[in-house]
Design a protein around this ligand. Structure first.
Ligand code: NAP
Length: 461
């Protein structure tokens, strides 16, 4: 072949780029938005509709025909119609035989029907190849082009070739297909858009419950007790003082609860001598929501920082400082600097600042855009090693702050401990057990178990 002829071939228009016609049943919101996007991506689109009248809402360049006529023009038919109307497809079974039907439908409620919409469609039209796709993308996002947050399109189906054809369309639209396997996965994919922050439910309810408990605990000890026994009205503590006591306590407890399931898992594996038995359900669920617990803990820690920074601006703080100065003036005596208190207060602040810095680092590395850019070892280093360091620093911060009160009887109003003491129970327990777990005599068998060794291999059967 001569040089010229190869150049001519390179410059010749690439006819293989011509895209196949796609048929869309239904000229509703989603059908129109998807059709518009497909035309933009170079696909000829033909609509199958109950009415063949062209309205100005339908993308120009698209054809509108009756269902049977439209279906004959394409190998792929997107069913942009609600499940309850699928029965109208049964008389079209012969025309739809061998064609790829893309089910994009969603339901109004989780598990609304015993079978998924896609499986229902496959049952109605056994001669067609049903693929589930596009249901997690909204018509609004398709139309407005704001697909940045939802580029992933879950795809599933029993026919591999049909699934590939749909995935090629997904890619051509600038989206990312994610193969979820056979049509059995359709129910899960259909439930996906109906879920409301499923991983956040437990952490949010737990945080709300603990916050309410600690808030009322502080109201009882700092306001009601003081009012009854000291005749002081400190009800204004509700606005800043008490939230600034509850927030650090919540941050520390929730951070410890991020690491507690890992400690339980290690104890269970050591006890069973194998990693091949499932953890109890509650532990599995707890492990899955550690990131959410950590992020809520970070939110509480950030609030604590803000509340602390505004403390000098408060009328109560200036009144207390003024009172101290005036009492020294009246006694004509300047109190000497207490070096122990100065050390404690500076150490308390330094530990808090370092702990908060690591806390923020943990939060940032848990964001998908950041965690996708670090490898598994780096991620584990930050989340596990630096995470434990953050827990140690924050626990030390609380110990240095509250330590001086632990032995003082005045800290036990109504024989109840101060909330700083309560907040230290879980973190100290986690740190002590973790300390035991890193001893070589415990760490070695645990590492072996995690690498697949079994004390009693019958458990793996
Ligand atoms: P829609 O605006 O109500 O459109 C549905 C279309 O179905 C109608 O325009 C109509 O098209 C057709 N239709 C209605 N009744 C029919 C019947 N008895 N027989 C035959 N065809 C009938 O709904 P949509 O928002 O486009 O949603 C369509 C499907 O996409 C639903 O299953 C939905 O779950 C799914 N979906 C929607 C979105 C979204 O953001 N809207 C996102 C993901 C998935 P003709 O008048 O042309 O016949």
């Amino acid at each position: 072949m001569n040089k010229n002829s190869s150049n001519t071939m390179a410059l010749a228009p690439n006819t293989s780029n011509k895209k196949e016609t796609v048929c869309i049943f239904g000229t509703g919101d989603f059908g129109r938005a998807l059709g518009h996007k497909m035309i933009q991506s170079g696909y000829p689109v033909v609509y199958g509709s109950r009415s063949t009248q062209i309205s100005n809402l339908i993308p120009k360049d698209a054809e509108v025909l009756g269902h049977a006529e439209a279906a004959q023009k394409a190998a792929i038919i997107i069913i942009a119609i609600q499940r309850q109307h699928y029965n109208f497809l049964t008389p079209l079974a012969e025309i739809l035989r061998g064609k790829v039907l893309v089910d994009i439908s969603n339901n109004l409620k989780l598990n609304q029907y015993p079978d998924s919409n896609a499986e229902h469609l496959a049952q109605l039209l056994p001669g067609s190849k049903v693929v589930k796709a596009f249901n997690t993308v909204s018509a609004w996002a398709l139309q407005s082009g704001t697909l940045d947050a939802s580029r992933q399109v879950f795809v599933c189906g029993d026919d591999v070739e049909a699934k590939q054809m749909v995935m090629n369309i997904v890619r051509a639209l600038g989206l990312t297909p994610l193969d979820k396997g056979s049509l059995l996965a359709a129910q899960e994919i259909e439930n996906y858009p109906l879920q409301l922050f499923p991983m956040w439910k437990f952490p949010i309810f737990l945080s709300l419950g603990l916050t309410a408990f600690f808030f009322l605990y502080c109201v009882a000890l700092d306001i009601i007790y003081t009012y009854i026994y000291e005749k002081n009205n400190f009800s204004f503590f509700i606005a800043i003082t008490i939230p600034n006591r509850v927030c650090p306590v919540m941050a520390l407890i929730l951070l410890a609860l991020v690491y507690l399931p890992g400690v339980f898992a290690a104890i269970i594996q050591l006890y069973r001598g194998t990693k091949y038995r499932r953890f109890p359900d509650w532990l599995d669920k707890w492990m899955l929501c550690r990131k959410q617990l950590g992020l809520i803990a970070l939110a509480f820690a950030s609030l604590h920082v803000v509340f602390t920074l505004v403390t000098p601006l408060r009328a109560f703080a200036s009144w207390r400082t003024g009172k101290g100065i005036i009492s020294q003036a009246l006694n004509n005596k300047t109190e000497p600097l207490d070096h122990t208190t100065a050390w404690l207060s500076d150490s308390y602040l330094a530990l808090g600042i370092l702990g908060f810095f690591l806390f923020v680092l943990l939060g940032i590395t848990s964001l998908p855009s950041v965690s996708n850019n670090v490898n598994w070892r780096e991620f584990r280093f930050v989340q596990s090693k630096l995470g434990y360091l953050a827990l140690i620093l924050c626990t030390a911060h609380t110990l240095v702050y509250g330590g001086k009160w632990f032995l003082s009887p005045s800290a036990y109003k109504w024989y109840l401990p101060n909330i700083y003491i309560l907040s230290l129970i879980v973190p100290c327990a986690v740190l002590v057990v973790k300390f035991v777990l890193i001893f070589p005599c415990v760490d070695k068998p645990l590492t072996q178990i995690r690498q697949g060794w079994e004390r009693n291999p019958k458990y793996s059967k």
